[in-house]
Design a binder for this molecule. Sequence first.
Ligand SMILES: *[C@@H]1O[C@H](CO)[C@@H](O)[C@H](O)[C@H]1NC(C)=O
Ligand SMILES: *[C@@H]1O[C@H](CO)[C@@H](O)[C@H](O)[C@H]1NC(C)=O
Ligand SMILES: *[C@@H]1O[C@H](CO)[C@@H](O)[C@H](O)[C@H]1NC(C)=O
Ligand SMILES: *[C@@H]1O[C@H](CO)[C@@H](O)[C@H](O)[C@H]1NC(C)=O
Ligand SMILES: *[C@@H]1O[C@H](CO)[C@@H](O)[C@H](O)[C@H]1NC(C)=O
Ligand SMILES: *[C@@H]1O[C@H](CO)[C@@H](O)[C@H](O)[C@H]1NC(C)=O
Ligand SMILES: *[C@@H]1O[C@H](CO)[C@@H](O)[C@H](O)[C@H]1NC(C)=O
Ligand SMILES: *[C@@H]1O[C@H](CO)[C@@H](O)[C@H](O)[C@H]1NC(C)=O
Ligand SMILES: *[C@@H]1O[C@H](CO)[C@@H](O)[C@H](O)[C@H]1NC(C)=O
Ligand SMILES: *[C@@H]1O[C@H](CO)[C@@H](O)[C@H](O)[C@H]1NC(C)=O
Ligand SMILES: *[C@@H]1O[C@H](CO)[C@@H](O)[C@H](O)[C@H]1NC(C)=O
Ligand SMILES: *[C@@H]1O[C@H](CO)[C@@H](O)[C@H](O)[C@H]1NC(C)=O
Length: 446
Amino acid sequence: MKSPPPPPLLLSLLLLLLLFLTTTTSSTNTTTTTHNTTAAAKTLPPSPSPTSSPTAKPPISTPTTPSKPSTPSTLDPKQVTALQALNLPSKNPCSLYKCDSSRPFSHLLSLHLSNCSDDISLSFTALKSLSTLQNISFFNCPIAPIHFPSELSLSLHSFSCIHSLRHLSGVFLARFVNLTDLTISNVPVNASGLYVILGNMKKLNSVTISNASLTGFIPKHLHLNLTHVDLSGNKLRGKIPTSVTLLENLESLNLSSNGLDGEIPSEFGDLISLKNVSLASNSLSGSVPESISAIPGLVHLDLSSNQLNGTIPRFLGVIKGLRYLNLQSNNFHGVLPFNASVIKRLTVFKVGGNSNLCYNHTVLSSKMKLGIAPCDKHGLPMSPPPAKDSSSDGSESDSSDYDDDDSNQKGSQHHGPNKVVLGVAIGLSSIVFLIVFLVLLSKWCG
Ligand SMILES: *[C@@H]1O[C@H](CO)[C@@H](O)[C@H](O)[C@H]1NC(C)=O
Ligand SMILES: *[C@@H]1O[C@H](CO)[C@@H](O)[C@H](O)[C@H]1NC(C)=O
Ligand SMILES: *[C@@H]1O[C@H](CO)[C@@H](O)[C@H](O)[C@H]1NC(C)=O
Ligand SMILES: *[C@@H]1O[C@H](CO)[C@@H](O)[C@H](O)[C@H]1NC(C)=O
Ligand SMILES: *[C@@H]1O[C@H](CO)[C@@H](O)[C@H](O)[C@H]1NC(C)=O
Ligand SMILES: *[C@@H]1O[C@H](CO)[C@@H](O)[C@H](O)[C@H]1NC(C)=O
Ligand SMILES: *[C@@H]1O[C@H](CO)[C@@H](O)[C@H](O)[C@H]1NC(C)=O
Ligand SMILES: *[C@@H]1O[C@H](CO)[C@@H](O)[C@H](O)[C@H]1NC(C)=O
Ligand SMILES: *[C@@H]1O[C@H](CO)[C@@H](O)[C@H](O)[C@H]1NC(C)=O
Ligand SMILES: *[C@@H]1O[C@H](CO)[C@@H](O)[C@H](O)[C@H]1NC(C)=O
Ligand SMILES: *[C@@H]1O[C@H](CO)[C@@H](O)[C@H](O)[C@H]1NC(C)=O
Ligand SMILES: *[C@@H]1O[C@H](CO)[C@@H](O)[C@H](O)[C@H]1NC(C)=O
């Protein structure tokens, strides 16, 4: 007769448990979703850049498809003989290289030589019969260079030479007056100055002469239609001429790893089409020109490893599309003017190696591992420097720093879910305990 009272008690207790359980699971759901959204925000994909990469050019690309695959007219016999003389495949060359569709014989428009064997040698007569070529590229072909026939020099629109032809001279290159694209990389170029090479190329759109031991200065008069300029890894010296800022179509500028000095021209922001720029690893001094904030599409700014000074301008944090900002290894001083949301919007952000720069620890967490010290109340770096990974001279070490930072932040987010797991575990164990208790109670009562 004592049995009726326990059920309501038991029921209410069970209900309480159920409530407890549902609240814990729903909190798991919300925490995991917030984790999910923050993680998504952090791994923001780099904005699709409409810039066509200056390095993504014909040479490495696979042979182009013929313009007229359906009715292949036969290649000019003279050109077939020329290909044979060059030890190149002469069977069906229009399936390997681009040809025109003239009759009765078609002519080659492009030729790509890559990974040549040593037995290939360029012959003047063979090249002369190939004077219909518009594009020629060499990739990994360290064969001896020869003087190009003038017909060929004039017909070329694009010349690319990557780790090929052993060495080039300015005089040789200067004859390609109809070029729109010039790419030279990892080949020494002997020229008394860049103007010798570029002076007569009035149609040039894109120029890459990189790791080519170029000496001298950047010419004052560059062709105004240039969209890509990469002169990285040479021995250029002197100032960046102010006239460079007249190149209003310029989308990418790479002057990294040269011996340039002086200040960045204050009119730098006149380069309104600029998207990617690197002036890294030179001896540039002075401050970052404020006009840079006026470049609407700037995505990538690398000023690392120079002697730039002054404070880091706040406006750099306001450039909307900026994804890559590298200011490391300079002489910047003062308080870093960015908050966490500015830094998180960037996929790459480096400021290490600026010994007089510091961050406000009420604004930024030390977990971001910026490679600089926190500020004291006067805005000066606190005496104990940033610890182990100060990344003063590291370039790659610092990029891993950034990754560390990222994983670190993601790690700290795992605290949420971990707490939830702990809560669920405690909840479950108390349920088990209560059930055992209730069973015992009902047995004891009954
Ligand atoms: C989390 O809750 C949302 C509604 O807030 C629901 O749509 C979703 O299915 C739940 N996810 C899980 C894993 O329970
Ligand atoms: C949550 O993460 C899953 C897989 O990791 C993903 O498919 C989903 O789109 C994410 N949801 C949000 C809102 O980011
Ligand atoms: C420009 O910079 C962005 C961001 O760093 C990068 O994803 C893109 O590949 C760069 N484009 C060129 C042409 O270098
Ligand atoms: C040239 O050689 C490199 C490595 O030796 C290889 O990766 C590349 O695919 C080769 N290119 C061609 C067009 O054969
Ligand atoms: C030659 O190269 C230019 C620039 O790289 C390209 O736009 C053009 O399509 C190429 N022409 C041929 C015939 O391969
Ligand atoms: C190349 O330039 C020369 C002289 O500047 C000109 O006479 C010739 O017609 C041009 N050739 C082509 C194929 O554009
Ligand atoms: C620069 O070019 C030389 C060949 O001229 C090559 O041996 C070297 O590896 C290149 N350096 C880089 C960084 O590409
Ligand atoms: C480079 O050019 C100068 C003069 O134009 C010449 O004396 C020197 O031998 C050349 N060097 C090479 C490696 O061709
Ligand atoms: C620059 O390019 C445009 C179109 O791309 C062309 O109309 C103009 O004539 C070029 N200017 C020069 C100076 O070549
Ligand atoms: C500049 O050139 C260097 C070496 O050639 C390369 O590593 C770097 O990615 C380039 N930067 C830009 C912005 O094009
Ligand atoms: C920054 O560098 C320039 C040029 O080297 C120098 O004239 C100037 O005094 C420096 N400014 C500061 C604040 O160090
Ligand atoms: C750090 O930030 C706090 C809050 O914005 C501000 O009150 C303080 O003056 C800043 N400290 C320094 C050294 O700039």
